[in-house]
Write a protein that binds this ligand. Structure first.
Ligand code: NAD
Length: 502
């Protein structure tokens, strides 16, 4: 064990995470007194017995959030005042970098080095970015007849329920909570049951930063319990959700069966790299493809989980991807040299290994990987895996596997560009995709024809808070990130004022 690795093991041994919910400015047990065991996928050991919130806790949190909203303790502050508090919140996130990173790594099995360099800093930067944006947002005056003044102003929605998954707990929480809080809403956050710990700590930091009681509440618990209760609550004005398409559809149903609350959804994906024979550099393509599917053990909504390669470059590309796959050896998330950690839990590992069996039964070839690794640790490690010979009719070509698993399909000159685009669009998802070609015209045509919210040309996973992120088709409704996301947490109000004679 290296010295750096020992440091994280020692810290993990000393850790005693806060396991309670945070409602109305204070940590509290669930009303039922129930808890659930939160273990780490590193080795299956217990991290904490976490409060299992349910409908009654949701009701308490929503009432607190509503009181806070109505009395204006946050919603009534000037944007500049809210900005100052959110700046402090960002600073505190950065000051607690190591503890947050450790919690995130232990909770979900991601490499601690990724949590330190990506998850925690990104989370802090999103709060700072929306804080900076919010006092530069103006209303409008409409070009009406002169006897009227008609203003169009933006108001916060009220109580926002945020339900997030476990793959990037801090980042996705910030995508929702940062614009929602900056615009003056009160937030009730339900983290995923697999990853509650960083969100629970975040609640204390928000309070220390000066967010008034009731404005930011965190309810750990399960989807069908706390998640559904939030989705169905008659006094929640807006649900912002990231997770599977299946559960996203449930939130639309909950809204229809309750108070017609606004719903925005970021759901699953099956992103494709379309690789033409004139791709700039196959080595670079291979390295990028490997990073796009093996980072975070493939548990990324926009993971590039399919390659659609022209047959003339397919075999060479697979060979090069296989070489890069070898650099992602599964290892202990607490070792700073690890690049591929565990899957989030046993059921996710079994799901991924189930797809490996399915691919074989469907007639695909498992060219690289395909197995569980390090079972003696008690952790849920799966090696980087590449399926070749994948046909478009196979389930592994269409379904989201959510693991370090790549499916390679091909196209020929007979079908050409149109065939490549057809294959890229042949899933229910439409989150992202990439085109690799040196032909500008082709890049433009193909990116235009791909039905997805983001298309990368000769790159993958270029990312910045300044651009919107979200999906076409069953990848969701609405957009996170960028100034466009702010509108999802606001209502537009039109006010007519007579200022002249009839
Ligand atoms: P999930 O849909 O199972 O869970 C997401 C959240 O919904 C969790 O908090 C969970 O507790 C809650 N939930 C589950 N069942 C519920 C129910 N019946 N009612 C109410 N709430 C419920 O998803 P997951 O497995 O945690 O996350 C993986 C999924 O998230 C993948 O499909 C992935 O693509 C997607 N994702 C999308 C994006 C994006 O930006 N588009 C980003 C990250 C992850």
């Amino acid at each position: 064990m290296t010295q750096a690795s020992t440091k994280w093991h020692d810290r993990a041994g000393e850790l005693s995470p806060e396991p309670r919910a945070f409602i109305d400015g204070a940590y509290t047990e669930a009303v039922s007194g129930k808890t659930f065991e939160k273990t780490t996928p590193r080795d299956g050991s217990l991290l904490a017995n976490v409060a299992e919130c349910d409908r009654e806790d949701v009701d308490l949190a929503v009432r607190a959030a509503r009181r806070a909203f109505e009395d204006g303790r946050w919603s009534g502050k000037s944007p500049a005042q809210r900005k100052a508090v959110l700046f402090r919140f960002s600073d505190l996130i950065e000051e607690n970098l190591e503890e947050l990173a450790l919690l995130e790594s232990l909770d979900v099995g991601k490499p601690v080095s990724d949590a330190l360099s990506v998850d925690v800093p990104s989370c802090a930067s999103y709060f700072r970015w929306y804080a900076e944006a919010i006092d530069k947002r103006y209303g409008e005056v409409a070009p009406t007849a002169p006897e009227f003044l008609a203003t169009i102003t933006r108001e916060p929605m009220g109580v926002v329920g945020a339900v997030v998954p476990w793959n990037y707990p801090l980042i996705l929480t910030a995508w929702k909570a940062a614009p929602a809080l900056a615009t003056g809403n009160s937030v009730v956050l339900k983290p995923a049951e697999q990853s509650p710990l960083s969100a629970i700590l975040l609640a204390r930091l928000a309070s220390e930063a000066g967010l008034p009681d009731g404005v930011f509440n965190v309810l750990p618990g399960f989807g069908p319990g706390a998640g559904a209760a939030l989705g169905r609550h008659p006094d929640v004005d807006k649900i912002t959700f990231t997770g599977s398409s299946e559960v996203g559809k449930l939130f639309l149903k909950y809204a229809g069966e309750s108070n017609m609350k606004h719903v925005s959804l970021e759901c699953g994906g099956k992103s494709a790299h379309v690789v033409f024979p004139d791709a700039p550099d196959l080595d670079e393509v291979a390295e990028t493809v490997a990073g796009g599917i093996f980072y975070n053990a493939g548990q990324t909504c926009h993971a590039g989980s399919r390659v659609i390669a022209h047959r003339s470059v397919r075999d060479e590309l697979i060979e090069k991807i296989a070489a890069h796959a070898a650099t992602y050896a599964p290892g202990d998330p607490l070792d700073p040299d690890t690049t591929l950690g565990t899957l989030v839990d046993r059921s996710q590992m079994e799901r991924v290994l189930g797809y490996v069996d399915l691919a074989r039964r469907e007639g695909a070839e498992v060219t690289v990987g395909g197995g569980r690794k390090l079972p003696e640790t008690g952790g849920f490690y799966v090696e980087p895996t590449v399926f070749s010979g994948v046909g478009e009719e196979m389930r592994v070509a269409r379904e989201e596997i959510f693991g370090p698993v790549l499916s390679v399909l091909d196209f020929t000159d007979a079908g050409g560009e149109a065939e490549a685009v057809r294959l890229a669009n042949a899933t229910a998802y439409g989150l992202a995709g990439a085109v690799w070609t040196q032909d500008v015209g082709r890049a433009h045509r193909v990116s235009g024809a791909m039905r997805s919210g983001t298309v990368w040309v000769n790159c993958f996973d270029a990312s910045d808070v300044t651009v919107p992120f979200g999906g076409f088709k069953e990848s969701g409704t609405g957009r996170d990130k960028s100034l466009h996301a702010i509108g999802q947490y606001e209502q537009l109000k039109t006010t007519w004022i007579r200022i002249g004679d009839r």
